[in-house]
Design a protein around this ligand. Structure first.
Ligand SMILES: Cc1ncc(COP(=O)(O)O)c(C=O)c1O
Length: 437
């Protein structure tokens, strides 16, 4: 039995099934954009531990900062004693992510916790309970975050869900003609106004939470015009606009924040994943006038903003700055988009290529018909990629979208090699219908 097979056998025996397993892939160590499995086989990483490793695996400067902090202070709890790395990280976050006027931040451990805390802040600031979210949205697996999450397989049998959650249709943008997109924007903003008349009164809505590019939902990109309209409606009714940047943040789209590409500012925003360079840390950042409405003691937790995680995040951000990772994300994204478009031109099963910066995806439907997601085809492509040394993961309600969340430090050579493996797998499985190049 291989070491990988043996490790999975041990996992199956003691780890419960609810902790989902996407594949029989194992990992023993990683560096940059390369993973090595339990049997010593190397893979190009297009998954980044689900969008966490923008700065690359085990970046030497990040590792050094973590090692140093481990020898100084591992834990104190910010509720008990104030320590420098927590304050320094919040200073850095408010510098990088100004929300208009004075900005403040708070730290927790995961994306879901950031979302839960953002909701607590919005509810205390408005004195309202209602929350509006979107189809296809993913915000985590804790009770409220799971309720805000759309795909039912994440929550089947987990009820009762949290109350006062209302769901709107996500305004699908890219991939349509400009006219069709403008029409969709008008229609979905009208739907929101209608919802505020016939489903929940604006005076009962604390917050609207949205991802600008839906991560788990399949990399659908919200149109800029929709977000401008949403900002206006929130302003009109005193509703807190929360942008969930957990997957889009920290250079993935070529910006610190995806909302920089939209010309609007949220009231609150949530951050996690690549901010910590691999350590579990997350943040809520927001307008001080809203953030400070939460009463002392209602936010945070024992480990939130742990000193080691803060040191890792600070080093990660410093490294992203010195490597110019935002610019690099744009270069990677252009390369990926070009290759995906070339595949789309040859393979009729490709129904869309979409994303922003280095957050790119390619969607497969039978003969390009969006009503027939090609989930089985995508599964075969992903398996063949794995067999050929590329780890890639899927997204979307039907698992028919292949997404790229590769470490942004990936070399051009590895990126091209990974894309070639992916292209070959697509042609192998969709080859009968491919148009010769
Ligand atoms: C947009 C978004 N929000 C929240 C979360 C939840 O983050 P976590 O898994 O760290 O709780 C995720 C995770 O994928 C996400 O993509």
């Amino acid at each position: 039995m291989s070491k990988s097979a043996e490790l999975i056998r041990r996992r199956e025996k003691v780890v419960c099934r609810g902790v989902g397993r996407m594949s029989d892939f194992t990992v023993a160590r990683a560096s940059g954009a390369t993973l090595t499995d339990a049997d010593g086989r190397e893979y190009i990483d297009f998954a980044g531990g689900i969008g966490v490793m923008n700065v690359g695996h085990c970046d030497p400067e990040v590792v050094a900062a973590i090692r140093e902090q481990v020898g100084i202070l591992m834990h104190a709890s910010i509720h008990v004693a104030t320590y420098e790395p927590y304050v320094a990280l919040c200073e850095k976050l408010v510098e990088l992510l100004p929300h208009g006027g004075e900005t403040k931040a708070m730290l927790v451990n995961s994306g879901a916790e950031a979302v839960e805390n953002a909701m607590k802040i919005a509810r205390q600031a408005t004195g309202r309970a209602g929350v509006i979210c979107y189809t296809g949205g993913f915000h985590g697996r804790t009770l409220l975050a799971n309720t805000l999450t759309s795909k039912v397989t994440y929550k089947v049998g987990c009820g009762p869900s949290a109350p006062e959650v209302y769901r709107l249709r996500f305004p699908v943008g890219q991939g349509r003609t400009p006219d069709a997109e403008a029409q969709a924007v008008t229609q979905e903003l009208a739907r929101l106004r209608e919802t505020l008349r016939n489903t929940v009164a604006p005076g009962d809505v604390a917050a609207i939470i949205i991802e600008l590019i839906q991560g788990e939902g399949g990399f659908h990109v919200a149109p800029v015009a929709y977000m401008k309209g949403l900002r206006e409606i929130c302003d009109q009714h005193g509703i807190v606009l929360i942008i969930d940047e957990v997957q889009t943040g920290f250079a993935r789209t070529g910006r610190w924040a995806a909302h920089e590409l939209y010309g609007i500012k949220p009231d609150l925003s949530t951050w996690a994943k690549s901010m910590g360079g691999g350590l579990p840390i997350s943040a809520v950042v927001g307008k001080a006038s809203i953030m400070d409405r939460a009463s002392p003691g209602t936010l945070g937790g024992t480990f939130g903003g742990n000193p080691v995680a803060c040191a890792g995040a600070l080093a990660t951000i410093r490294r992203m700055e010195s490597l110019g990772l935002n610019a690099r994300a744009e270069t990677c994204g252009a390369l990926i988009r070009e290759r995906f478009n070339a595949i789309a031109a040859r393979v009729p099963h490709v129904s869309d290529v979409r994303g922003l910066g280095a957050m790119m995806a390619i969607e497969f439907c039978e003969d390009g018909d969006e009503t027939r997601p090609a989930s089985a085809l995508v599964k075969s492509i992903v398996t063949t990629c794995r067999d050929n040394g590329l780890l890639v993961i899927v997204a979307g309600l039907d698992g028919n979208v292949i997404r790229v969340l590769a470490p942004i430090v990936i070399s051009d050579e590895d990126l091209r090699r990974g894309l070639s493996i992916l292209e070959a797998a697509v042609l192998l499985h969709a080859g009968k219908t491919a148009v010769p190049s």
